[in-house]
Design a protein around this ligand. Structure first.
Ligand SMILES: Cc1cc2nc3c(=O)[nH]c(=O)nc-3n(C[C@H](O)[C@H](O)[C@H](O)COP(=O)(O)OP(=O)(O)OC[C@H]3O[C@@H](n4cnc5c(N)ncnc54)[C@H](O)[C@@H]3O)c2cc1C
Ligand code: SF4
Length: 594
C-alpha cells in the first residue's frame, strides 16, 4: 500500500525519454494535465553535456555515466528455457538510459523509417513467395498499421529532429542518390545530408560499381541552423566524434531535452518529477482499467498518483516489466504458446566488416558523428529476391565514421596479436587507414525468444526481475552471413584497400551474449496488432485488456526490421497520440473491438 495519495491527474506518463516527453507535449497541448514520472535525475543539454568534460571516454563510453544503474534494476538472462537465468550485473550488449531525455541523450541519431513491407511482414512474404514460405517456428506478424498511415507521423518526427538526408522516393518519384527502396515520402528531409569522409565516399563508389544504390545515412546530427516545429533551435554538427554514448553540448544532435522538454516545461498542464521510480500500475477493483501508478519518491516514500489515463514510456523492456509486475495483460507461456505479454521479444542481428587502406588514404577517424555514414539498402527487408535463400529479412550495409576515440577505436587487420609490441605497431599503422562497415540486420520473432518474470531474483524494490530468454534464430544467422558476404564484396572493391576482415555476431554455433555491445534496439514483448490472442495492444497502442493504458516504444514491434528503431517507434508514438487526442480522450473506451 502506498503511504501517500496525491490528487488525481488526467494523464500519468512513466518515463521522460523521447516517447514520454513527446506524449506530455502533445497531450498537455490538448488540454490534459500531465504528470511525467522519471526514475533518473534532472539534467540539461546546455549545462550537463558540454565539452571537454563530456568528452571523457572512460566515464561515459566505458563506465556508462549516462546509463541505467543495474544495482537497482536489471534483468536476468539465458539463451534458452533449459538454462538457469542469471542477473546482468554489468551493461554490455545494450545500454538503456536513465534521467531526463532517457537514452535519447546518448543515442547516435540515425533516424530511419520502416519499409512499407516491414509493417506487413507476414502478409507481404506470403503474397510474394507463397503461404508455405514462412517456417512454422517464426511468429512474425503484421503490425496492424500501414506505412501510408504512419507516413505523416514519421515525417513529423524527422522535422522535430531536423533530420539531414536526401529523399529517394519523393511523392512517388524515385531519386538516385537517395534510398530508392524507401516508401513514398510526402516531403524531403528538412536539412541537407551530412558531408562524407573519404572512407564512406570510397564505399559509395565501390557499391555503385557493383550496381547497388548508395545514399547518405539519414541523420539527426543536424547540418545547418534549424528551428523545429515546436520552436527548438538546433545548431550544425561539428563532427566532434562524441555522439554515441554521450550527450551533445553543441545543440547539434536532436535530443528529447532540447527538441521537446524545453518547449513544454513551462506549460501549465505539464509537471515532471525526478527520482520517481514507478513500481507498478494500479488497477480498479474490477480489474478492467488502471487507476494510476505507485512510485517511490526521492524521499523513499511510496506515493500513489491516480490518473484517468496511464502512458507507459519506460523503454520497451521496462514497459514489459511493469506490465508483468502489475498483472496487466496475460503473460506469455512458451510451453502452451498462449498469452501475450513478453511474447515476440526480438533483437537486432549485427555483423561488422573492416577494410584497411594503404597509406594513400588518410581517414582522420577522430572527425565523426553518430549518424555519419553511406548506406546501401539493396539487401535490407525484402528489397532482394529471397526465393532461393532460405531466410527472411535483411539488413542495411553502412560504411560509417562515428569516432576515433583513443580507448575503443583500435582497428587492426586479421592475424594481429591481441596485445604487445606487434599489436601497438599495428594500431599505429592502421588507425588512420581504416574503413568501418556495419551490417545492421533484422531480427525475426520465434516461440522461444520471450520475456517473463524471473522466479528467483528480485530488484532493489523487491520485485521479480525481468527474465530475457533469447538466442539468435537460425533464420537470422543465415541472413547475417548472406548480407555480411555482400558487404565483404563491396569492401574488396573499394579503392586502395589492402585487406578485409569480417565478423558475424550471429554466426552459426555462436550463442547470443549480453557482454559485447551490439545495439540498444530491444524490440517486442508488448506487440501491437489486430488480434488480442497475438498482441498486447491494438493498432492504436491501446491495451486490449485495459483501455486507459497506452504503450509506447519498440516493445510494440512484432519483430525487428533491419533499421534502428527510434524513427519507427516515434512514428507510432505520434500515431497513438493523434488517436488519443482526436478519438479517445473525449470518449474513453476501447478503440477496437477485441
Ligand atoms: C548507445 C545508443 C545508441 C543509439 N543509437 C540510436 C540511433 O542511432 N538510432 C535509433 O533509432 N536509435 C538509437 N538508439 C535507441 C534509442 O535511444 C531508443 O530507441 C530511444 O531512446 C527509445 O525511447 P523511449 O522513450 O522508448 O525510451 P528511453 O529513451 O529509454 O526513455 C525511457 C525513460 O524512462 C525512464 N524509466 C524507465 N523505467 C522507469 C520507471 N519504472 N519509473 C520511472 N521512469 C522510468 C528511464 O529512466 C528513461 O529516462 C540508441 C541507443 C543507445 C543506448
Ligand atoms: S558529432 Fe555532432 S551531433 Fe554528435 S556530439 Fe558531436 S557535434 Fe553533436
Amino acid at each position: 500500500m502506498a503511504t501517500r495519495t496525491l490528487p488525481k491527474t488526467d494523464v500519468v506518463i512513466v518515463g521522460g525519454g523521447w516517447t514520454g516527453l513527446t506524449a506530455a507535449y502533445e497531450l498537455a497541448h490538448a488540454g490534459q494535465r500531465c504528470v511525467v514520472l522519471e526514475r533518473g535525475q534532472n539534467r540539461h543539454t546546455a549545462t550537463s553535456f558540454a565539452g571537454p568534460e563530456e568528452h571523457d571516454e572512460l566515464k561515459y563510453a566505458l563506465r556508462h555515466g549516462h546509463m541505467q544503474d543495474l544495482k537497482k534494476e536489471t534483468l536476468t538472462f539465458r539463451n534458452n528455457r533449459d538454462q538457469q537465468a542469471l542477473p546482468m550485473r554489468r551493461l554490455g550488449s545494450f545500454l538503456p538510459g536513465t534521467g531526463l531525455g532517457g537514452a535519447g541523450i546518448h543515442w547516435n541519431g540515425q533516424i530511419w523509417r520502416p519499409l512499407p513491407s516491414d509493417l506487413e511482414m507476414r502478409s507481404h512474404y506470403e503474397d510474394r513467395y507463397g503461404s508455405q514460405f514462412i517456417p512454422d517456428d517464426l511468429t512474425i506478424q503484421d503490425w496492424g498499421v500501414t506505412y501510408d498511415e504512419l507516413e505523416p507521423h514519421l515525417d513529423f518526427f524527422e522535422r522535430i529532429c531536423g533530420a539531414a538526408g536526401y529523399a529517394g522516393n519523393l511523392n512517388g518519384e524515385t531519386r538516385a542518390g537517395g534510398n530508392v527502396f524507401e516508401g513514398q515520402r510526402s516531403a524531403d528531409y528538412p536539412n541537407p545530408a551530412m558531408k562524407q569522409p573519404i572512407s564512406n565516399t570510397l564505399f559509395g563508389k565501390a557499391a555503385e560499381k557493383l550496381g547497388y544504390n548508395p545514399f547518405p545515412m539519414p541523420s539527426a546530427n543536424v547540418t545547418q541552423a534549424y528551428e523545429n516545429p515546436y520552436g527548438a533551435q538546433l545548431h550544425p554538427c561539428t563532427y566532434c566524434g562524441f555522439c554515441e554514448r554521450f550527450g551533445c553540448g553543441y545543440f547539434a544532435k536532436a535530443d528529447p531535452i532540447i527538441c521537446v522538454y524545453d518547449r513544454i516545461k513551462d506549460h501549465d498542464n505539464f509537471e515532471i518529477r525526478f527520482e520517481a521510480q514507478v513500481l507498478r500500475v494500479e488497477k480498479s477493483e474490477d480489474g478492467q482499467t488502471a487507476t494510476g501508478v505507485t512510485y517511490l519518491g526521492e524521499d523513499g516514500v511510496e506515493v500513489f498518483q491516480p490518473a484517468d489515463t496511464v502512458c507507459l514510456n519506460a523503454y520497451g523492456l521496462w514497459n514489459v516489466h511493469l506490465m508483468l509486475v502489475s498483472d496487466l495483460g496475460k503473460p506469455y507461456d512458451p510451453a502452451t504458446r498462449t498469452g501475450v505479454v513478453g511474447r515476440n521479444y526480438a533483437y537486432q542481428t549485427v555483423a561488422a566488416v573492416d577494410a584497411f587502406f594503404d597509406s594513400d588514404v588518410i581517414t582522420n577517424p577522430f572527425m565523426g558523428a553518430g549518424a555519419l555514414g553511406v548506406v546501401v539498402d539493396d539487401f535490407n527487408g525484402d528489397n532482394f529476391d529471397h526465393a532461393e535463400l532460405g531466410f527472411l529479412g535483411g539488413g542495411y550495409i553502412a560504411c560509417k565514421q562515428y569516432n576515433g576515440r583513443p580507448i575503443s577505436y583500435q582497428p587492426t587487420p586479421e592475424g594481429t596479436p591481441a596485445w604487445g609490441g606487434d599489436w601497438k605497431r599495428a594500431v599505429r599503422e592502421n588507425y588512420n587507414h581504416h574503413g568501418d562497415l556495419v551490417i545492421h540486420g533484422s531480427s525475426v520473432s520465434t516461440h522461444e525468444n520471450y520475456l517473463d518474470l524471473d522466479p528467483t531474483w528480485t530488484d532493489a524494490y523487491g520485485r521479480p526481475l525481468l527474465r530475457m530468454t533469447f538466442n539468435f534464430p537460425d533464420n537470422d544467422r543465415k541472413m547475417g552471413d548472406y548480407v555480411m558476404n555482400r558487404a565483404v564484396e563491396i569492401a574488396q572493391e573499394m579503392d586502395n584497400v589492402t585487406s578485409v576482415s569480417s565478423v558475424n555476431m550471429a554466426a552459426k554455433g555462436k550463442d547470443y551474449s549480453i557482454v559485447p555491445y551490439q545495439t540498444t534496439h530491444n524490440a517486442g514483448g508488448a506487440v501491437m496488432g489486430t488480434d488480442p490472442t497475438t498482441s498486447v495492444v491494438n493498432r492504436f497502442g491501446q491495451m486490449w485488456d485495459h483501455h486507459n493504458v497506452f504503450v509506447f516504444g519498440a516493445c510494440l514491434f512484432p519483430q525487428n526490421p533491419g533499421y534502428n528503431p527510434t524513427g519507427p517507434l516515434m512514428g507510432l508514438a505520434y500515431w497513438t497520440l493523434d488517436h488519443m487526442k482526436t478519438d479517445y480522450l473525449s470518449n474513453p473506451r476501447p478503440l477496437m473491438d477485441a
